[in-house]
Design a protein around this ligand. Structure first.
Ligand SMILES: NC(=O)c1ccc[n+]([C@@H]2O[C@H](COP(=O)([O-])OP(=O)(O)OC[C@H]3O[C@@H](n4cnc5c(N)ncnc54)[C@H](OP(=O)(O)O)[C@@H]3O)[C@@H](O)[C@H]2O)c1
Length: 312
């Protein structure tokens, strides 16, 4: 049986650290705020929205909720983001995707100020990740050392996307080395596959990125030491397309008709071959939310530090 990578446990540990940081800022008279923008009636986004609000409450972050009907216009969304960019109470802004189809989602996401773009999906944040200007955040010890020496804090002006950042944290939590390993990522999406491939490269893995047009997908997946899949296709990964000992990170989420949530991996057929696996639910999902909270408190610390350097 593979070892189950328990995302809930890691998420609780990250949240405990966030709670401490929020408390430290509160003692100095600062509140930490996250604005969450939801437009339209997407059931999965609605559930994610509620889960974020609950998580904010547990760590003392104030959540500001902005809910719009499907008929919302792009100007309404841009206006709200412009006002949130200027709002001192708000340290992070998250716009839940997908937006209603009429809306140009990239224009909305790109309007978030990079220093408040806590899911790291705006063009500036994406560019900084690709240019390796924000990957230092992946190296926790070096990051903490640098922050203590106040070397990096002022330059922390963009964040790295929460889901792939959570994947890296989960692998590290289970002491899974990445250097020199062959990591196969199934997804080239902007939110998951592309940033994850950059992060794995920063960790010196050898990375192959696959998608719908990949020829002979199973020939590639069989080479993986670490297989990360984020397609939302139930049963895409079965025992016959992996090699023995592989580490599997299942990022996919599909809500079935009966309300059950499943990932991309057929657990029964891989259980005698894989060495580690993330469960769905309870794997990457909770860590994603914890990383969102961590990025938000980092943003708050940075902003307070920049505005009142003697306070920290
Ligand atoms: N656990 C979490 O915290 C978390 C966070 C975010 C997303 N998710 C889940 O992850 C999944 C992907 O989300 P997303 O927003 O990245 O979706 P997306 O933008 O639709 O991307 C899906 C990716 O999977 C690829 N793909 C789909 N079917 C495939 C197949 N049969 N073979 C090979 N590649 C295939 C697509 O290839 P093409 O590019 O060629 O179309 C695309 O690159 C969803 O299930 C979502 O719910 C989970």
């Amino acid at each position: 049986m593979p070892e189950i990578m328990d995302g809930k446990r890691l998420a609780e540990e990250i949240k405990a650290e966030v709670r401490k940081d929020v408390g430290m800022l509160n003692e100095r008279g600062f509140d930490v705020g996250l604005a969450v923008v939801l437009a339209g009636d997407n059931l999965a986004s609605e559930q994610y929205f509620l889960a974020i609000l609950r998580a904010c409450k547990t760590v003392g972050i104030t959540a500001y909720k902005y809910k719009f009907p499907d008929t919302v216009t792009i100007n309404e969304l841009l206006n709200i983001i412009h006002s949130l960019n200027a709002d001192e109470r708000i340290n992070g802004i998250l716009v839940l995707l997908p937006l209603p189809q009429r809306i140009n989602a990239r224009r909305v996401i790109n309007s978030i100020a990079p220093e408040k773009d806590v899911d790291g999906l705006g063009a500036i944040s994406v560019g900084r990740l690709a240019a390796e200007e924000s990957t230092f955040q992946l190296f926790k010890d070096e990051y903490i050392e640098a922050v203590e020496e106040c070397k990096f804090m002022p330059t922390l002006s963009s964040f790295i996307p929460c889901t792939p950042f959570g994947v890296i944290r989960l692998l590290e939590y289970y002491d899974i080395g990445l250097k020199g390993k062959h990591a196969v990522v199934i997804s080239k999406s902007l939110a998951v596959g592309k940033p994850l491939s950059h992060m794995l490269l920063a960790k010196e893995a050898t990375v192959t990125v696959c998608h719908r047009e990949t020829k002979n997908l199973s020939a590639v997946t069989r080479q993986a030491d670490i297989l990360c899949t984020a397609t939302g296709q139930q049963g895409l990964i079965k025992g016959d397309v992996i090699k023995a000992g592989v580490i599997i990170v299942d990022i996919g989420i599909k809500v079935l008709g009966d309300g059950r949530i499943v990932g991309d991996v057929d657990f029964d057929s891989i259980k005698d071959k894989a060495s580690f696996i993330t469960p769905v639910p309870g794997g990457v999902g909770p860590v994603t939310i914890a990383m969102l909270l961590e990025n938000t408190v980092k943003s708050a610390k940075r902003s307070k530090f920049l505005k009142s350097p003697l306070m920290m």
